[in-house]
Design a protein around this ligand. Structure first.
Ligand code: NDP
Length: 501
């Protein structure tokens, strides 16, 4: 029998209770994993055990795929009209709204992000995404195509079938919503693996998914390790599509697994090292506020974090002074504290990884301008950190740190900064600050990135596609574009009066 997680939140910002089974969710039931083992869920604020959850295995993925395929062939897929899928997605969105604070509190407990940010961004955006895709569910349409007299040709956008989804720990609920929204709107069945560092909201969602009325087997949630459950999903011969968000390293492994097995369709949303360019004609106070948000929000654990901050020489000193003051003003501490901006990093591993990047910056000769050390004596807190005097080939300039660490780089020439900004294997996002809209747009168009923000940063909307150029990914999530990830186009040729020799 899977354990029931019971927790009472008694914090300055939220008081409430939660209670739910922590089993794997397979075919509409909460069950133990096939080996009967569990995974420890750790609170990053103090390193203490929060609860244990059932650990999934390859055998559990196999069971879930059989159940999902049966559901797809009988009561889901093309057997359920879009209007019904829309109704179910709307039910789910409404239930998430009814459990709004509970979901935000679970995310803050598990991931370490602040309760306020979890409310304002993670839960709000997740509900908006589910409802946005509810709107699409009865609008999945093909085309009729003129070819030759005597023939009718039309296309159908059919669901792919059983799809695998592997999500990371930095935005657990949001990444789940970005993935299940378009997959369910188009009629697919899902095998989803949350990160074992942050499984709680996905497990809680399994209960809301059942309550919303989705038939058993439509959504299956199997927490487990990447090397077991993640690998089983990406290698599975009867999973025809896999969508992944995480590191470029693991994205490569998933593509290899897909190539080696059944050539499943792969979409990847991977890392970034996004440039943020501040020109001499920018509104500096506005640029400082967005730059701080760009690198320190979510503790820098955002794939689109504006981590390379290029500042025009004419405003460099003013910008750096104001940016430093802003970074110093950000309160680091308890995610449930009244005015906390930044909580702990997600795990000991991530804490160590970030600290090793900070060491490498020092060793390679950059100036540690601010921070660079642990905050407090327990948990995984790192102070907002700024490096200056970097060189383009330093690791802290080239590699994704995924922590509250920004490098501030002086530039003088527009063409030169565009070259520097594009000198990376990544291409997820970029930002430009200038009051001269011609200059800003010209630069935005020259940056090799899937998203370009002008006079803002980290703006995401369910309606707007998101994804990467170069090694930041393949395919687009969100918006109408994401529907393509979950449909296969069939062309149907109907003959009226053609004959063949
Ligand atoms: P990973 O890319 O390793 O993890 C992301 C997800 O993939 C997790 O669910 C993980 O499971 C799973 N996974 C791991 N190995 C495999 C595999 N062989 N097959 C299938 N799935 C697998 O990220 P990390 O947590 O290790 O973080 C490392 C770095 O990745 C970060 O520092 C950051 O730079 C980047 N990252 C980028 C993200 C983004 O949004 N683009 C999100 C998270 C990380 P498990 O947790 O068990 O390993």
């Amino acid at each position: 029998m899977p354990q029931t997680f019971e927790y009472t939140f008694d914090t300055p910002v939220y008081k409430g209770k939660t209670s739910f089974s922590t089993g794997l969710y397979i075919n509409g039931q909460w069950v133990d994993g096939s080996k009967g083992t569990t995974i420890d869920v750790i609170n990053p604020t103090n390193g203490q055990l929060v609860t244990k959850i059932s650990e999934g295995t390859k055998e559990d993925v196999d069971l879930a795929v059989v159940a999902a395929q049966k559901t797809f062939d009988t009561v889901w897929g093309l057997n359920t009209p879009g209007t019904r899928r829309a109704e179910l997605l709307n039910n789910l969105g409404n239930l998430m709204q009814a459990h709004f604070d509970e979901l935000a509190a679970l995310e803050a407990l598990d991931n370490g992000k602040t309760f306020g940010w979890a409310q304002d961004v993670d839960v709000t955006d997740s509900i908006a995404t589910i409802k946005y895709y509810a709107g699409w569910a009865d609008k999945i349409q093909g085309k009729t195509i003129e070819t030759t007299a005597g023939k009718l040709v039309y296309t159908r956008h059919e669901p792919i079938g059983v799809v695998g989804q592997i999500i990371p720990w930095n935005f657990p609920l949001m990444m789940m919503a970005w993935k299940i929204g378009p997959a369910l709107a188009t009629g697919n069945c899902i095998i989803l693996k949350p990160s074992e560092f942050t499984p709680l909201t996905a497990i809680r969602m399994s209960h809301l998914i059942q309550e919303a009325g989705f038939p058993p087997g439509v959504v299956n949630i199997i927490p487990g390790y990447g090397t077991t459950v993640g690998a089983a999903i990406s290698e599975h011969p009867h999973i025809d599509k896999v969508a992944f968000t995480g590191s470029t390293l693991v994205g490569r492994k998933i593509m290899e697994a897909a190539a080696r097995t059944n050539l499943k369709n792969v979409t990847l949303e991977l890392g970034g090292k996004s440039p943020n360019i501040i020109f001499d004609d920018a509104d500096i106070d506005q640029a400082v506020r967005f730059t701080s948000h760009g690198i320190f929000w979510n503790h820098g654990q955002a794939c689109c974090a504006g981590s390379r901050i290029y500042v025009h020489a004419k405003v460099y000193d003013e910008f750096l002074t104001k940016f430093t003051d802003k970074a110093k003003s950000l309160k680091v501490g308890d995610p449930f504290g009244l005015d906390t901006y930044q909580g702990p990093q997600v795990s000991q591993i991530q804490f160590d990884r970030i600290m090793s990047y900070i060491d490498s910056g020092r060793q390679q000769g950059a100036t540690l301008h601010l921070g660079g050390e642990r905050h407090g004596s327990e948990g995984y807190f790192i102070k907002p950190t700024i490096f200056t005097d970097t060189k383009p080939d330093m690791r802290i300039v080239q590699e994704e740190i995924f922590g509250p660490v920004g490098v501030v780089i002086r530039f003088e020439d527009d063409d030169d900064v565009i070259n520097q900004a594009n000198d990376t294997m990544y291409g997820l996002a970029a930002a430009v600050f200038s009051k001269n809209i011609d200059r800003a747009l010209q630069v935005a168009h020259k940056l090799k990135a899937g998203t370009a923000w002008v006079n803002c940063i980290n703006q995401l909307h369910p309606q707007v596609p998101f994804g990467g150029f170069k090694q930041s990914g393949i395919g687009r999530e969100l918006g109408e574009y994401a529907l393509e990830n979950y449909t296969a186009v069939k062309a149907v040729h109907v003959n009226f009066s053609l004959s063949v020799k």
